[in-house]
Design a protein around this ligand. Structure first.
Ligand code: PEP
Ligand code: MG
Length: 325
């Protein structure tokens, strides 16, 4: 079957009734980027910068970071690259920056850590700006944002980096688009204010599920409760896309759900037009999108949203897939 999926990867992801869905790649390493882009990914929807940081023995210097980011941008050709600022803490420790906490997922991670260490954060922002890419290829994404102040503070650091670099380099750099991860539930209710500050939102369904359900995403004892098809999660995802459309915020999904066949179908049904996923999922999701209609999906979604648990949702999706394959 994988062969059948791959054979169509270079064909556009369009539903049978003509709705184009953009499929992006989640990446953290260089390998694979160039070939997937060449074969049809619309760009990199999530580049996790913590991965190269985890491969180092110490914080990479500004020039080391510039080098890595440049290579990622160039591997993506001219396609957009959404580069996320450091998202360590939680389940992603840096060996040279140990953090001891009772509740790491509720603790010092993502943007919180960056804002508490402006000397590190500024180096990363400067490196991203200098790596640049072509035109407005580069977009910057902020992880674990839980309030508007974090956005404002980050924008101030970005402005500082931008002004300093323009002076130092005696040029005018391109101002990248900036976006936030929607993965802390409270931000879901502030999207109107988010829209006044940034250009786009990327829904992190992994953390959003974890925080909405109060289930550790990595704890095997509660793994059966970690369910992105829980009707409560689905309603949150529906609310997110509706609010983003209402406030003119570009929106995509970069959590694992976007790379799962059932998840991708539901997201398209809800109105999402940009999905970002691991390399292994791209061909399959493209294949599926090309076999369904937006209209059938809308009908399906109505029934899905009336179910009382995730298992029922999956059963319905299974039946739908059987008739569309
Ligand atoms: C997410 O939380 O859904 C996400 C994409 O980010 P990460 O998995 O890196 O936390
Ligand atoms: Mg996350």
């Amino acid at each position: 079957k994988q062969k059948q999926f791959s054979a169509e990867l270079s064909l556009p992801s369009v539903t049978t009734d003509g709705q184009r869905i953009q499929l992006y790649l989640n990446a953290g390493l260089l390998s694979g980027i160039a070939s997937e882009i060449a074969e049809g990914a619309d760009g990199i929807g999530l580049y996790r910068t913590e991965i190269p940081f985890m491969l180092h023995q110490r914080f990479p210097s500004e020039s080391e970071q510039i080098d890595v980011y440049k290579r990622v941008l160039s591997a993506a050709g001219e396609r957009p690259v959404v580069m996320r600022t450091l998202d360590v803490g939680g389940d992603k420790p840096l060996p040279y920056f140990p953090i001891k906490e009772d509740n790491p997922f509720l603790g010092w991670r993502g943007i919180r850590l960056s804002l508490d260490h402006p000397e590190l954060f500024l180096v990363q922002l400067r490196a991203m700006l200098q790596a640049g890419g072509r035109g407005n290829q580069l977009q910057i994404l902020l992880p674990m944002v839980s309030n508007l102040d974090e956005i404002d503070q980050t924008l101030a650091y970005l402005e500082q980096a931008f002004t300093e670099l323009n002076q130092e380099l005696n040029t005018i750099l391109v101002r990248p688009k900036v976006g936030v991860m929607l993965e802390v539930p409270a931000l879901l209710y502030q999207l109107q204010d988010v829209a006044k500050r940034v250009d786009f939102v990327s829904v992190g369904s992994n953390d959003l599920t974890q925080y909405l359900l109060a289930v550790d995403r990595n704890n095997p004892s509660v793994s059966s409760l970690f369910d992105s098809y829980h009707p409560g999660i689905l309603r949150a995802l529906q609310l997110a896309v509706d609010e983003c459309h209402q406030y003119d915020l570009d929106v995509s999904v970069c959590g694992e759900l976007a790379g799962e066949p059932y998840g991708a179908l539901l997201l398209v049904a809800m109105g999402y037009r940009k999905l970002s996923m691991n390399q292994a999922s791209l061909a399959r999701i493209n294949y599926i999108v090309r076999r369904v209609s937006q209209q059938d999906l809308s009908e399906l979604l109505k029934i899905v949203l009336r179910q009382s648990n995730g298992q029922q949702v999956r059963t319905l999706l299974g039946q739908f897939m059987q008739t569309h394959d």
